[in-house]
Unconditional design. Structure first.
Length: 481
């Protein structure tokens, strides 16, 4: 596993997965435009390191997670599904049948013990301490022409519940207002927003710490849809296969990853709001301006030679698709604990996570597909799923051509489409009301007589298994021309 961001970048360089940009490139639109072209090239394009952002002496790294290969490298696995199997085994331990079986389970028990973070006194992120530091010293990007200004787009925002002390880590964009203040884009459904609501109710200032560029597993964990109240550092420890090292901040009573490249310390005041946006968001559209809490900077700590890690979002596909893909695969075993009939699921890149969800199931009873739709709409962040398509277990949910064919041939819109209302993502501008709107479920499974289908369901057109094997062998020997 990579110890820090520098180690990860060096590994990508050795594997020729990194492109270094030596010429000066401006953080004002230019870096984002180059990154956008990389994200939309074959396979997600290369990771990028802009060595001379115009006007700054801090390199900028983008698109580090923007391919399946690099996502797996960041998490230290060959395949995401291998890690999903490991999570499944961790969640479903088998009772040992004897002493030897019990001994075989000891490594897993030790793995559980090693999830907890640990506190250290000295850290690379404290090599330079700037109590009078300014955000204007950092190469923060303005990504799109109509953005309201530069935005910190890949922050790990640390807060604690003022009543319970429970920690939350989230990725919430931060529009830079000036050298000492930013917006804090806490959407109402997120953990950080909940901590702020508690602080406002108590009329207390809420301390905040922002980690930029920690070790590679942590930026992913901050985006992962963890159950409420579960510390993201537990997932990070599991993925890193070691305890995550944390260090106390200088001016606030919070801890941050010791490996961070840069740390912003500060606070938000109860009741204070300022207009934020527009911002070219992951929907591919500009988000609407609105009022959000204000982050006040009290200190910047950093390495002597830091790298500024950021990401660019916009019209899909972008780097964030691969972060979402990791969650899709890693959280499938957890969802199966509640819905064991699920065979597979997929969130296509163009669906930007919540607009389109495709689920295959082992259909067992009449109306089973509708049970799955309703379950998704009531399960954690899956509640934002705007369109849920349910297909039979023999449909490859990752093959969008096959899914489109099945939907087109398996549904009667009057019978198989279910409409409802509920919470939607704050960024869903199609909804009539903020964060509340319509949802659609499509039952594209084969219909049964017990569901009222009186006709005989047709079978798929395909050759026999034996003929298929022979055809494959013949085709492999063919040479064009």
């Amino acid at each position: 596993m990579h110890n820090d961001l520098n180690d990860f970048i060096a590994d990508l360089d050795r594997r020729r997965l990194l492109a270094r940009v030596a010429e000066p490139v401006s953080p004002d639109l230019e870096i984002a435009a180059v990154t956008d072209r990389a994200c939309k090239s074959a396979g997600g394009g290369p990771a990028l390191l802009f060595e001379q952002p115009s006007g700054f002496d801090i390199p900028v790294a983008t698109n580090l997670y923007g391919s399946l290969e690099r996502m797996c490298l960041a998490l230290g696995v060959n395949r995401l599904d291998d890690l999903a199997k490991e999570i499944d085994q961790l969640m479903t331990p088998q009772m040992p049948e004897g002493v030897m079986e019990a001994l075989k389970m000891l490594p897993m028990v030790g793995r559980l013990r090693d999830l907890m973070p640990k506190t250290v006194k000295d850290a690379p992120c404290h090599e330079v301490v700037q109590r009078d530091g300014s955000l204007e010293s950092l190469p923060i990007l303005k990504c799109w022409p109509e953005d309201a200004g530069p935005f910190v787009t890949f922050p790990l925002v640390f807060t604690k519940d003022p009543e319970t002390g429970v920690r939350n880590i989230g990725t919430y964009r931060m529009q830079v207002f000036d050298g000492r203040t930013t917006a804090m884009h806490w959407q109402r459904h997120k953990g950080g927003a909940h901590h702020y609501r508690v602080a406002e109710r108590l009329r207390r200032r809420l301390e905040v710490a922002v980690s930029l560029g920690p070790e590679p597993v942590l930026p992913y964990c901050a985006t992962a849809p963890m159950p409420e109240g579960i510390d993201e550092l537990l997932l990070a420890g599991f993925l890193a296969r070691r305890r995550i090292e944390m260090v106390g901040c200088v001016t606030v009573a919070l801890e941050v990853p010791a490996t961070s490249q840069i740390v912003l310390e500060g606070y938000v005041e109860p009741g204070e709001r300022r207009r934020e946006g527009p911002f070219g968001d992951h929907t591919g559209l500009y988000s609407q301006p609105d009022d959000f809490p204000v982050f006040h900077l009290t200190c910047i700590t950093r390495r002597k030679r830091p790298t500024y890690l950021t990401t660019v979002v916009g019209v899909p596909p972008m780097e964030d698709y691969y972060l979402g893909l990791a969650s899709e695969r890693l959280f499938l075993p957890m969802i199966r604990k509640t819905l064991p009939e699920i065979v597979d699921m997929h969130f296509p890149a163009a669906g930007i996570f919540h607009n389109l969800v495709i689920v295959s199931i082992d259909k067992r009873f009449p109306g089973h597909a509708r049970k799955i739709m309703n379950a998704f709409w009531g399960l954690g962040q899956l509640m934002f799923s705007k369109t849920v398509i349910v297909v039979d277990r023999d449909v490859d949910v990752h093959n969008l051509n096959e899914v489109a064919w099945i939907v087109g041939t398996h549904i009667d819109p009057l019978r198989d489409v279910q409409m409802t209302r509920g919470p939607v993502d704050d960024l869903d501008d199609a909804a009539d009301l903020p964060a509340y709107g319509g949802k659609m479920g499509i039952d594209a499974t084969r219909k049964w007589a017990s569901e009222g289908y009186a006709r005989s369901w047709p079978g798929r057109v395909m050759t026999t298994e034996a003929v298929g094997r022979r055809a494959e062998a013949i085709f492999a020997r063919l040479r064009p021309g």
